[in-house]
Design a protein around this ligand. Structure first.
Ligand SMILES: Nc1ncnc2c1ncn2[C@@H]1O[C@H](COP(=O)(O)OP(=O)(O)O)[C@@H](O)[C@H]1O
Ligand SMILES: [Mg+2]
Length: 226
């Protein structure tokens, strides 16, 4: 039997997703009726099709196409877990996932939506589950987590086959415990979030470490609150 998500296949053929230099978000080329982009990452763009709203289609750029098989493989291992979207299938340059309602942690900060302790706890449990399946939870950052009715859901599992700890989640938990109560419920302007991200990504390449990073962020947020 042909799965119902196949209805979107033709529309998806009309768009191309292009990767950009320096880990910048991808660019979408072309339009297709009924197809709506609901998220953008550095490897892929995520679409919803009007006739199949319960699915999303993660379309990889040509440069990131290898990650399609990797991510599919990881989702197969995480099958049935409520901490992640469900995988339904794949096409030539995309995978098919459950559409997940909710707002990314990044957008929660922008919009002043409080991130619950329960959601943080859910991500901790998701990470435990990933490890129990012999995989390595990595790349867990603000745009890869959804707040869904007060609960946490983790997106973007393509790096779980890599080794090493990028410490992104540990840093976020630290910031949540030490900083978040100052800003919870307030809208953080985009330029502030992007400045913090810029510093964070350059922390170890530049001449400053975590301590100076923290000081800079405090100054930025504190000045903003006055
Ligand atoms: N299953 C999903 N349901 C709803 N939104 C999603 C889903 N998967 C991804 N998104 C949205 O699309 C964005 C990009 O997806 P992501 O898998 O993180 O791509 P990349 O690997 O390029 O970072 C996410 O930040 C999120 O906003
Ligand atoms: Mg992502």
């Amino acid at each position: 039997m042909i799965p119902d998500w196949k209805l979107a296949d033709e529309a998806l053929r009309n768009i191309e997703v292009k990767g950009n230099e320096n880990n910048q978000p991808v660019t979408i080329i072309g339009v297709a009726e009924g197809l709506k982009c609901i998220g953008i990452g550095t490897d892929a763009a995520v679409f919803q099709y009007h006739l199949t709203p319960n699915y999303v289609f993660k379309v990889y750029s040509h440069q990131a196409l290898k990650k399609k098989e990797v991510e599919k493989h990881v989702y197969e291992h995480l099958k049935g877990s409520r901490y992640f979207p469900q995988l339904y299938g794949s096409g030539i340059n995309y995978i098919v996932l459950s559409f997940e309602e909710g707002v990314t942690f990044y957008d929660c900060l922008l919009q002043g939506i409080p991130i619950t302790e329960q959601a943080i706890q859910d991500v901790e449990e998701a990470r435990e589950y990933v490890r129990s399946q012999g995989l390595n939870p990595r790349d867990i950052h603000l745009k890869n987590i959804l707040l869904q009715n007060g609960r946490g859901k983790v997106l973007d599992v393509s790096e779980y086959v890599k080794e090493g700890n990028d410490r992104r989640w540990e840093h976020l938990v630290w910031a949540y415990k030490n900083f978040y109560h100052f800003i919870s419920g307030n809208q953080v302007p985009l330029w502030i979030l992007e400045t913090i991200k810029h510093w964070y990504l350059r922390m170890n390449l530049a001449s400053f470490g975590l301590e100076e990073f923290t000081e800079r962020v405090s100054r930025l947020l504190f000045k903003q609150r006055k």
